[in-house]
Structures are given as structure tokens and as C-alpha cells.
Design a protein around this ligand. Structure first.
Ligand code: SF4
Length: 528
């Protein structure tokens, strides 16, 4: 559904801010592709864009692709902005630019919902999810599009049922410019890990769309030009296991109908390894990656952060089980925990070696508002507000030692030879367990072949000729070429190159130690 039509027409400019350079945005992979400029289409802003009254013209701009121009602001009657904490400074900058055109600016999304105080200049704060606050915002803009005298805070008390969400306005976004497609089936997670703000923001009882909404969204994503992979951005894909089981047959059917044109990936807790029936369905639906917040291999630390559910199966066994269904595990890792010891970095390196996980997001602990960790550290007087620091946590171990451990782990884990060896392991041991897709006309179509050739050319030129880890690259490349593993070669090199380049910056102190850190905030990914 969308908001009721209203008589007055308002031109709405939706602007998504640039990312701050981060491990998880893959910007070093973009030059190896055929024109990717941004990570994932922003679900929240495209959802709001689709919900606005039908007769309100909407323009969507992702500033990772192009910056909003004076002409865009002149066209608009109001500006909507959304984003995460790490984009805070960019969001405030969009607000400043819109105000030079005397436009009212509203901000919604996860950052303002957790920290309204971060956004003192905005005219409207939309706190919470799509719901009565959204209707109120629309009503106010309809009544009067001038800037209110003082800031108005609108809080969602009555959320719109997800089964009534409209299809996100993917038609407004240039989907071909994104590294991954995104889709959301559920919101919320039943667990309460100490550091995580999901439960505080979205609740413990996952709310759901219907499987039919998801297949309709997939149809729309395809129509609008998405290719390659689509990421389920659900906080925990198995937060409601029955719902995951209900969805999978629909995904399988959709894949058969469309010729398996997309790969899927998602986030889920590691105890998914206890549910072979879910893993089997995911294999059939062509899921190829699961992000698991393993956080640490240390059982004492997992218990302390209330993530005992990671130990429902031994961690190594859980990873091997997921791999046996053809899915690669991507792991979140946190350093700087209260339970860390001087040897924690060494233990992490041993874990990486043993698990053969190629892609790990290694972050320093950051306390987010609306989390039990924030409350505990506030009680213990261990929150530090200093944007020059890598984290707002007063660690138990000396700060310099923790940061140095993080840098050393980043440098070591993503040494080209070691990383490509872990991809070699996945190509030999995990990917052969994937579903064998029937050959389709789409796979051998000229646009698909041209796309592959373009990426191969870019990889060989930029990494194999101009790169500075050529020996490791060519060893890996020649083995793939001899075995005809071209698809695996392209997919792993896109990610591996980003990890290698980002980790170099990290180990030399030029990158943030947390996806949430505000340090180096000016080092944003440039809009091209
Ligand atoms: S399982 Fe994941 S999403 Fe759920 S509370 Fe823990 S960290 Fe957050």
C-alpha cells in the first residue's frame, strides 16, 4: 500500500549520502567491474519513495553515484535523507546544502532512530519505522512545505505491517550501478547480543513480509536491471525459522522459472548449522554465502556478550556444515572485548587458518546507543566521546595495544598469498557442493559474455599488470584458467582485491577500525 493521495502536489527529493570508506562497501572492487559505483540500493529510502502519495513526483539520488545538484534542489519542495551512523557527517552536509535553498529536510532511518541528537539541523526527525510518523510527515508537508520554526520530532508508535509494505521504488535507482542487489523479508531478531542495536530498534519478534511480496520484489529487481547477487538484508534470516522454511519453496520456484539468474546471500546466526532442512532449501534456492556473526572463537567471550547461541554446535563444525551445502561463510569478528587477552590476536589468526574463511569483517568493539553494552559501559563510566579515537569504548587492555592487534590481524589475514589460498580452499571444497544450475540461454547470451570479458580484462590489467601482488595473483589465476573456473575466478578476485587493498590501508592506520567508527570521517568514497 502507499499513503493516500492528496490534492496538493509536492516534489520530493530523496538523497542517500556517500559512504565513509569501510571494509564492507567494497569500493576497491568497483574499478574491476563494468561501471559499479555503489554498494547496495538503500532499502529504506526506496521504500519511503514508494509509499509517498502517488501524485507526488519523486527524484532519488544516491550520492555514491552522483551528487545532488542545485537543479535537483531547485526542483524539490522537500528533501528526505536516510542513512547509518557512519554516514552522519554526509547526512548533515546534505541538510546544510538543502537549507541553502530554504527547503525543509526530513531524516529517517537507523541512525536518527537510535540517536536523534546527532541531527540538530534537520527540520523533521522521523524516528522509527514506516508507520504513523510517516503519515504525519506527509500530512505536514502537504499542509505547508515551508521549513518549520523549530525541529519537529515524529516518532512511529504504530508501525505499518510489513505485509502492507509497497514494493520499493527500484525503478528510481540505477540498479546496474550497484555491487549487490538488496531485499528484505523480515525485521528484528530474537536474540540479545550485548553489542547489537537490532533488538532495541526493531524488536525481538521478527516481523515478516509474505513470500509473494518477495517474489514480486525479485521480479521488479530483475526488470529494473539487477544482475549477479541479491543480499537478504534481514537482521537474521532464521530469526523466525518457520518463516524461512515457508519462503524457501517460493524462492526455489522463482529460480527455476527465471533460470537461476541471481545468487542469494543473507545474514544468519551460526546455529543455522543445526537446521539441515533450511540449509538444503537454501542450496536449492541458490544461496551462495551466509554472513555469520561469529564475533570470536573464544567461548568465554561469546558467553559474556550473550551470544551463547553461537556455541550450539562447535564453531568449526558449524562452518564445515554450511560449506557442505555449497555456501561460503563470511564472518564478523570483534576485537577489543573485555575478555580479550594479549594473545587474542594470535588466536584469531589460528581460527582464520583453521576455518579457511576468506572474508572476515574484523572490527574493533564500538558501543552503539540503544544496546545493553552502551548501558553497561555508561554505568562503568567507560564510554569515551572522542572522534579522534578508533572506538568509543575504554578497553580493558591498553588502547594502543588493542588498535595495534587489530592492525596486525588485518595486515596478516589479508596478505594476498594467504587470502587467495583460502579462496582456493573454497573453490576446491565448498563451491563444488553448490547446486548445478541447468544451462540457460541467459548464461550464454552476448550481454552476459560481454560482462564477463569486461571484468576479466579489468582484473588482468589492473591487478595482473598494474598491481603489486602479481606473483600471488598469477599463481591463483593460472590455476583457475587451466581448470576453466572463470566464474569463481571473477567472483573471488572482485572481493579479494578489495580486501587486500582495504587491509593495507587499515594496517597502516589509514582506515577505520570499525564500520561504526567516526574517525577519518572525511575519507569518504567519492561520488564520481
Ligand atoms: S544474533 Fe545478530 S542480529 Fe541478533 S541480536 Fe545478535 S548480533 Fe544482533
Amino acid at each position: 500500500m502507499r499513503a493516500e493521495s492528496v490534492e496538493t502536489v509536492r516534489h520530493i527529493l530523496c538523497v542517500f549520502p556517500r559512504y565513509t570508506s569501510a571494509f564492507g562497501t567494497f569500493e576497491y572492487a568497483y574499478p574491476l567491474t563494468d561501471g559499479v559505483q555503489a554498494f547496495m540500493p538503500p532499502q529504506g529510502l526506496l521504500l519511503i519513495a514508494a509509499y509517498l502519495p502517488e501524485n507526488w513526483p519523486v527524484r532519488f539520488i544516491d550520492e555514491n553515484i552522483r551528487a545532488a545538484t542545485p537543479e535537483d534542489f531547485e526542483w524539490a519542495d522537500a528533501v528526505l535523507v536516510s542513512g547509518m551512523h557512519i554516514q552522519r557527517h554526509q547526512m548533515n552536509d546534505i541538510c546544510r546544502r538543502a537549507h541553502t535553498f530554504n527547503l525543509p529536510v526530513a531524516i529517517g532511518g537507523p541512525s536518527v532512530s537510535a540517536c536523534p541528537d546527532y541531527y540538530p539541523s534537520f527540520d523533521y526527525l522521523h524516528v522509527g519505522e514506516l508507520g504513523d510518523a510517516t503519515d504525519e510527515l506527509i500530512a505536514r508537508l502537504e499542509r505547508d512545505p515551508s521549513r518549520p520554526e523549530r525541529q519537529v520530532v515524529l516518532k512511529t508508535a504504530d508501525r505499518l505491517d510489513m505485509t502492507r509494505f509497497p514494493l520499493p521504488a527500484y525503478e528510481l535507482a540505477e540498479l546496474k550501478r550497484y555491487f549487490l542487489g538488496s531485499i528484505q523479508y523480515s525485521s528484528g531478531c530474537p536474540y540479545q547480543c550485548e553489542f547489537c542495536d537490532i533488538t532495541g530498534l526493531y524488536g525481538r519478534n521478527p516481523r515478516l513480509k509474505t513470500p509473494q511480496q518477495i517474489t514480486a520484489e525479485l521480479d521488479k529487481l530483475l526488470e529494473c536491471g539487477i544482475r549477479g547477487s541479491v543480499y537478504f538484508v534481514d537482521d537474521n534470516f532464521i530469526g523466525n525459522r518457520k518463516a524461512a522454511l515457508d519462503l524457501l519453496p517460493h524462492l526455489i520456484e522463482w529460480q527455476k522459472k527465471t533460470g537461476y539468474v541471481l545468487r542469494f546471500s543473507c545474514e544468519a546466526t551460526l546455529n543455522i548449522a543445526k537446521r539441515p532442512e533450511i540449509l538444503a532449501g537454501m542450496r536449492e534456492a541458490f544461496f551462495s554465502t551466509i554472513f555469520c556473526g561469529i564475533e570470536t572463537p573464544d567461548p568465554v567471550a561469546l558467553k559474556a556478550m550473550h551470544k551463547d547461541h553461537n556455541m550450539m554446535v562447535p564453531i568449526m563444525e558449524g562452518i564445515a556444515t554450511i560449506n557442505s551445502f555449497g555456501m561460503e561463510v563470511v564472518s564478523g569478528i570483534i576485537l577489543g572485548l573485555d575478555t580479550d587477552k594479549p594473545e587474542t590476536g594470535q588466536h584469531l589468526m589460528e581460527f582464520i587458518e583453521a576455518s579457511q574463511i576468506p572474508l572476515l569483517t574484523i572490527n574493533l568493539l564500538q558501543a552503539l546507543p540503544k544496546t545493553p553494552l552502551w548501558d553497561r559501559l555508561a554505568r562503568e563510566n567507560r564510554l569515551i566521546e572522542d572522534e579522534g579515537r578508533e572506538s568509543n569504548v575504554d578497553f580493558r587492555l591498553p588502547y594502543d595495544q588493542v588498535v595495534e592487534t587489530w592492525r596486525a590481524c588485518m595486515g596478516s589475514a589479508f596478505e594476498p598469498g594467504k587470502l587467495l589460498q583460502r579462496y582456493e580452499y573454497q573453490i576446491r571444497n565448498t563451491y563444488p557442493n553448490q547446486l548445478r544450475r541447468p544451462r540457460t540461454r541467459q548464461q550464454s547470451s552476448w550481454p552476459n559474455i560481454k560482462l564477463g570479458l569486461t571484468m576479466l580484462r579489468n582484473i588482468f590489467w589492473r591487478v595482473g599488470v598494474l598491481g603489486d601482488y602479481r606473483i600471488e595473483f598469477w599463481k591463483f589465476a593460472l590455476r583457475r584458467l587451466v581448470r576453466g573456473e572463470i566464474e569463481h575466478f571473477i567472483a573471488s578476485m572482485l572481493v579479494a582485491h578489495h580486501l587486500i587493498m582495504f587491509a593495507r590501508g587499515a594496517s597502516s592506520g589509514q582506515q577505520n577500525a570499525s564500520n561504526y567508527s567516526m574517525r577519518l570521517r572525511e575519507a569518504t568514497v567519492p561520488a564520481e
